[in-house]
Design a protein around this ligand. Structure first.
Ligand SMILES: *Cc1c(COP(=O)(O)O)cnc(C)c1O
Length: 419
């Protein structure tokens, strides 16, 4: 099918959940995507933070090829070697003790929410007071299923589906006072992202995450950190919370974990894991042999190719270049992020939209979140020369669309007219 035929068919046949870019990609190569005409695009979005090793990585290709010949699915009624191999690596990297595998981010998050409720119930049965309330943060994003969406801040995601899961309150982002005012022994868990993704690439403050850790510890509530976007190396460390020197009770991973195959995981302490018994929770597909084999290959490749260091180095370079761009263009109000999880906030949603469209015309893919925020989630294998290309393009576009430039043009035109 050609692109226009696909567009027509989808318009008629699919739920209208997405506004897709009218581009038909047919393959990828490293940090580039290639469309049906053979045009190459620099990909600074990597399928929303998923394709960490870029496209066509030999480690992923051979893991898929080899495992697909052996076993793709077996269900969680039998053993296969993938979950243990992967759990060994992820518990080692996270400092947590046990893993539960799912198919997606939102399912990993659901597992974390269910664990928190079950854990509080277990504590109550032991005579402690621990309630059922969750404290989530403003601008948070934790997924689209009923529980996850209840802990997601934006009303437009929740309201049409009301009533969602009750007992969630939202605390102002990085506002320790508001956290303390909302916290009590009614709370079973405090929920946060080390770096908010969808909410505009906002790193949590040291003060806030420390306060959340201390408060939860004081009552026995769980601190649950969502690393679905920031985790597995995107910030230059395996987990975003490792930048803060704290350890949560529970964390979740998904997006980059299995090289583009669907896989999520919830990791937790031995103590929290005591709340879960056989039959309480489960999944048909989650943690299947194929996804786990690829995830092991992704993890080992990040280690072998020293990609955490590479992400830090190229991420710092990208951050510096964005800072320099901010000095030059008043339309950039803030540059934020850690590693290769970066954002430049602009002073208008209209301009952000224009910049996105102009970048696509120049064959560079970025993303816009929270209306005004340009978001960069490139593959971990990005090099400095790619950063330079992106920065040059942004510089040109922002110059062409700056009010000063428009003013200059008007002036020149006026001059010509008078002359
Ligand atoms: C993407 C994301 C999710 C949801 O993951 P899905 O795989 O889309 O269900 C949850 N939390 C965060 C922080 C995310 O970025």
């Amino acid at each position: 099918m050609k692109l226009d035929a696909i567009q027509a068919a989808e318009a008629k046949l699919l739920l209208t959940t997405y506004e897709r870019n009218p581009i038909l990609f047919v393959r990828g190569d490293g940090v580039h995507l290639i469309d049906e005409k053979g045009d190459r695009y620099l990909d600074l979005l990597s399928g929303i933070g998923v394709n960490a090793l870029g496209y066509g990585h030999p480690a992923i290709e051979s893991a898929i090829a080899e495992q697909s010949k052996k076993l793709i699915h077996i269900s969680n009624l039998f053993f296969h070697e993938g979950q243990a191999e992967l759990a060994l690596r992820l518990t080692g990297a996270s400092g947590l003790d046990r893993a539960f595998f799912s198919n997606s981010g939102t399912e990993a998050w659901e597992a974390a929410l269910k664990l928190a409720r079950a854990y509080a119930g277990m504590k109550r049965s032991e005579g402690k007071h621990l309630g059922t309330r969750f404290l989530a943060l403003e601008q948070s994003f934790h997924g689209r299923t009923m529980g996850s969406v209840a802990t997601t801040y934006k009303e437009k995601y929740r309201e049409p589906f009301a009533p969602v899961m009750p007992d969630v309150d939202f605390v102002r982002f990085n506002d320790v006072k508001d956290l303390k005012a909302n916290f009590s022994s009614d709370v079973c868990a405090v929920l946060l992202e080390a770096v908010q993704g969808e909410g505009g690439i906002r790193p949590v403050s040291q003060e806030f995450i420390e306060a959340a850790r201390e408060l939860t510890r004081s009552t026995g509530a769980l601190l649950i950190v969502d690393e679905i976007q920031a985790g597995l190396g995107r910030t230059g460390k395996w987990f975003g919370y490792q930048h803060y020197g704290i350890k949560p009770d529970v964390t979740t991973l998904a997006k980059p974990i299995a090289g583009g195959l669907p896989l999520g995981v919830m990791l937790c302490t031995e103590e929290a894991a005591q709340a879960i018994h056989p039959g309480m929770h489960g999944t048909t597909f989650g943690g299947g042999p194929l996804a786990c084999a690829v995830a092991v290959a992704v993890y080992d490749t990040i280690e072998k190719e020293h990609l955490l260091d590479h992400v830090q180095e190229v991420g710092n370079y990208f951050h510096q270049k964005l800072d320099q761009l901010k000095q030059k263009h008043i339309a950039i109000t803030e540059v934020r992020g850690l590693g290769l999880m970066l954002a430049a906030e602009l002073d208008s949603a209209e301009l952000a939209k224009t910049v996105l469209a102009e970048m696509v015309k120049r064959h560079i893919l970025i993303n816009r979140t929270s209306e005004t925020v340009l978001r960069f989630l490139p593959p971990f294998i990005l090099d400095k020369e790619h950063v330079d290309d992106a920065i040059d393009a942004l510089d040109t576009i922002l110059t062409e669309h700056s009010p000063a430039h428009a003013g200059e043009q008007a002036h020149t035109m006026g001059g010509t007219h008078i002359g």
